[in-house]
Design a protein around this ligand. Structure first.
Ligand SMILES: [Zn+2]
Length: 149
């Protein structure tokens, strides 16, 4: 309570359960027109909010959401095609420059030791496999999350 009127929280508390307020505050609200009006407004507001019916839709919300989800779900064959496209793109990105700059690459490769090539190839394969595994689990998690609905 400030110097003259009850605070907003006190007015709301008065609307919910006035008996929980100190008698001094209750007496003020009873006597003060401004505070009583505000408390009455809060009481009306809370009563109406409490009396509200849960929202109803004039259409079948559940089936329309499920229909939307099913139309977005991609079939396994589509996934296979997109994975194949990704691999083909990756191969193209690797092969085209290799063939175009074959002499340059041949020189570079011939200057590298077998161990260096082995290490680079191993790291590349490990990173690729790790990415594939991560992608697989992320995709699987999303699918189970969708199916739970
Ligand atoms: Zn007041």
């Amino acid at each position: 309570m400030n110097a003259f009127h009850a605070t907003d929280e006190q007015l709301q508390q008065h609307a919910i359960n006035a008996m929980e307020l100190p008698g001094q505050v209750r007496d003020h609200i009873k006597a003060c027109r401004k505070c009583l009006n505000a408390a009455t407004t809060y009481h009306t507001l809370f009563t109406h909010v409490h009396d509200q019916h849960p929202p109803r839709f004039d259409f079948d919300l559940e089936s329309s959401v499920i229909r939307k989800l099913q139309s977005r779900r991609t079939s396994p064959s589509q996934w296979r095609i997109s994975i194949a496209a990704m691999i083909a793109t990756a191969l193209l990105v690797m092969i085209v420059p290799l063939t175009m700059l074959s002499t340059v690459f041949r020189e570079i490769v011939s200057n590298l030791s077998v161990w260096t090539i082995y290490i680079i190839a191993t790291i590349t394969i490990v990173v690729l496999i790790a990415n594939l595994i991560e992608m697989h689990f992320r995709f699987k998690g999303k699918i189970t999350a969708i199916e739970e609905y």
